[in-house]
Design a protein around this ligand. Structure first.
Ligand code: AMP
Ligand code: MG
Length: 330
């Protein structure tokens, strides 16, 4: 079965095409086009205009890469939420149009669950705790009692958003995460920053304010980046480990754009090793927001009998991870 998925929850419009090959996900195409604001953060309507401008090109390119005609696609999936309303509506409109035009079934997919399912579909993990670290989201998710449940999350801003905001303050380009990672390699001094862990939740706004005042007082930018990574990632590692112990799972999976960070990977890997567990990271283009993860999740959902009628395909800006009845897993 071949599935085409459209991702459009925030800054990225992506179209992925995947095929199932003995329960595994084979990615045939994964075209990603990201909106970069000229200055400041994402403006939802401008991002949506960007998506509307490029969506047909991105679909065409994905079909070309996969060497498929549109009518060879069996199912159309789209990111139903959570995300920014105008962006979600743009992606959903394209998916509905394709579904109606090609007369193919439509499946609405929860974006956070897709980050986990693409890891299960393309790496060797079977039942992991997912540390989902992206621009807008920071969540610790695991499967329990028939649903994907959020065991911990940020109480204020997402980790990626935190890094981007700090970067903007220090005059770095957007996205700042990768630049901060590079600068951190040259850091030597561990600055004192607030470490906020509450149970399995984390918070970053206190650390942001504190890091900004270090910048104002002339601390080396390399030391600020180093300290921010060490302390923020330690908090993420701690809550992930607590969730693994709580739900009794011995696999950890990373997802989201910040999962590209080598230092975070290293810390999660060390934690996993020390408790006799294994850690997994999907390949880079499957970590960030992308259409292939939506296509794959739509495919396994459809195979379990789930379909979204066009007239019921409303977007859900606040789509909770545990709202979905996960029929495709026993
Ligand atoms: P996403 O929202 O999942 O598409 O991921 C985007 C976020 O990932 C942005 O906030 C980036 O700054 C962040 N990011 C990307 N690469 C890295 C990296 N190497 N280290 C830290 N953050 C990163
Ligand atoms: Mg994401």
């Amino acid at each position: 079965m071949i599935s085409l998925g459209i991702e459009g929850t925030a800054h990225t419009i992506g179209v992925g095409i995947v095929e199932d090959e003995s329960e595994r996900c084979k990615v045939l195409a994964n075209v990603i086009k990201t909106y970069h604001p000229e200055k400041g953060g994402i403006h939802p309507r401008e991002a949506a205009n960007h998506h509307a401008k490029y969506i047909s090109q991105v679909i065409k390119k994905a079909l070309e890469e996969a060497k498929l005609d549109p009518d060879e696609v069996d199912v159309i999936s789209f990111s139903q939420g959570p995300g920014l309303g105008p962006c979600l509506r743009t992606a959903a409109t394209a998916a509905r149009a394709l579904s109606l035009y090609l007369k193919k079934p439509l499946v609405g997919v929860n974006h956070c669950i897709a980050h986990l399912e693409i890891g299960r579909g393309t790496t060797d993990c079977k039942d992991p705790v997912l540390l989902y670290v992206s621009g807008g989201n920071t969540q610790v998710i695991a499967f329990a009692n028939g649903r994907y449940r959020v065991f911990g999350e940020t109480l204020d801003i997402g980790i990626g958003n935190f890094l981007d905001k700090l970067g903007r303050y220090m005059n770095l380009q957007f996205p700042s995460g990768p630049i901060i990672e590079n600068l951190a390699k040259k850091g030597e001094k561990l600055l004192d920053l607030p470490y906020t862990v509450k149970g399995m939740d984390v918070a970053f706004s206190g650390m942001l304010t504190s890091a900004q005042s270090y910048f104002d007082s002339g601390e080396r930018i390399e030391d600020i980046c180093f300290s921010v990574q060490e302390i923020a990632f330690a908090a993420l590692t701690e809550v992930t480990e607590r969730a693994m112990a709580h739900v009794g799972k011995d696999e950890v999976l990373l997802g989201g754009g910040v999962a590209r960070n080598k230092r975070l990977r290293e810390m999660i890997e060390t934690m996993a090793k020390e408790r006799g567990a294994r850690s997994f990271v999907p390949r880079d283009d499957l970590c960030i927001d992308n259409g292939a993860m939506i296509a794959w999740t739509g495919l396994i959902m459809y195979k379990s009998g789930i379909e979204t009628k066009v007239e019921e395909s409303y977007i859900e800006q606040r789509f909770r991870t545990d709202e979905v009845d996960v029929k495709w897993r026993e």
